[in-house]
Design a binder for this molecule. Structure first.
Ligand code: GRG
Length: 302
């Protein structure tokens, strides 16, 4: 993990700890979250993910001279949404995985029903926390609502949920077009990175040109992230990745590797890296964090 990211991750970790605290196990009072739900939410949330998406949100705010103190909560909320997506993605009805973030998956520990609820809980709690935060800054409520709008759309039906829908669809259909693969990469994976960057830009009152450049970076970075994940599914190590590998071809998934082969996917990763680097030009030396993030990502498959 690079140095700037470590600095962000400390704040994110502290924010998450405070938002979903450990609770005493007893029958909950009216209006209280059950300790069991807090436990299953914390189990996945604090299992040591890389925190790339929330770091990107805070990184965008820092690059654009926005209010860093107001960015931590939306960043934590974004990580809750990402964690919910991982819990649901691992369920028997989706990818049916038993390991995630180096631990048994939520449904292996808490059972399928409680795992579904841990995901539902994280998704709804993320919006509850962001709304509370927006109300805490009445003079800047519009910026917070705009940031929430970016996150809601990135996570939703025309974003991540839409991408996951087409990912599952492709497992049972022969229509493996380039267009479908791009849709899946863009929506299932890139949409949350784009949302992180655009939410950071909204909190910072960024101009249209910066929003556009960050959208392009998020799109290319997110597609690269997915292609790297596809390559590592073939050549990666389960211990290092904290999840099972070698499942994509077996379960008939449409990925850069199953569509173009390993060499084709590597070339695609190089192309996406170069294009993403170009999108950072308007930010000059201020974009150091995003340059490093991109280099770290592309080096994972070199
Ligand atoms: C269930 C609505 C819904 C969506 C699921 C996130 C997702 C969409 C699917 C995960 C499948 C997958 C392996 C995608 C590859 C890209 C990805 C999102 C990897 C996991 O993200 P990391 O590497 O994970 O940032 P950590 O644990 O570090 O946060």
């Amino acid at each position: 993990m690079n140095e700037a990211m470590l600095k962000y991750v400390d704040r994110i970790q502290a924010g998450l700890e405070a938002l979903v605290p450990q609770m005493e196990e007893r029958v909950p009072q009216l209006g209280e979250m059950p300790a069991l739900l807090a436990k299953s939410m914390r189990y996945s949330l604090l299992a040591g993910g890389k925190r790339v998406r929330p770091s990107m949100l805070i990184g965008a705010v820092e690059m654009l001279d926005g209010p860093m103190d107001q960015a931590v909560l939306p960043a934590c909320a974004l990580e809750m949404i990402h964690t919910y997506s991982l819990i649901h993605d691992d369920l028997p009805g989706m990818d049916n995985d038993s390991m995630r973030r180096g631990r048994p998956t939520s449904h292996m520990v808490f059972g399928e029903g409680q795992a579904i609820l841990a995901g539902d809980g994280l998704l709804s709690f993320a919006f509850e926390c962001m709304l509370k935060n927006a109300l805490h800054y009445p003079a800047r409520a519009l910026q917070h609502l705009r940031a929430m709008d970016e996150i809601a759309r990135g996570a939703g039906v025309s974003g991540m949920v839409g991408g996951q829908c087409m990912d599952l669809y492709a497992e049972h259909n022969e229509d493996w077009s380039e267009e479908l693969l791009t849709y899946i990469q863009h929506n299932k994976t890139a949409a949350l990175f784009i949302a992180a960057l655009r939410a950071g830009a909204r909190l910072s009152d960024a101009d249209e040109a910066s929003l556009q450049a960050l959208t392009e970076y998020g799109t290319l970075f997110g597609r690269l992230f997915q292609v790297v994940d596809d390559i590592l599914d073939v050549q990666g190590n389960a211990d290092e990745m904290g999840k099972s590998v070698g499942k994509d071809a077996q379960s008939g998934k449409l990925t850069a590797v199953t569509r173009y082969g390993l060499e084709g996917a590597r070339k695609e990763a190089e192309r996406l890296t170069e294009q993403a680097m170009d999108t950072l030009r308007p930010f000059g030396g201020d974009a150091g964090f995003f340059v490093t993030l991109l280099k770290d990502m592309s080096h994972r498959v070199r």
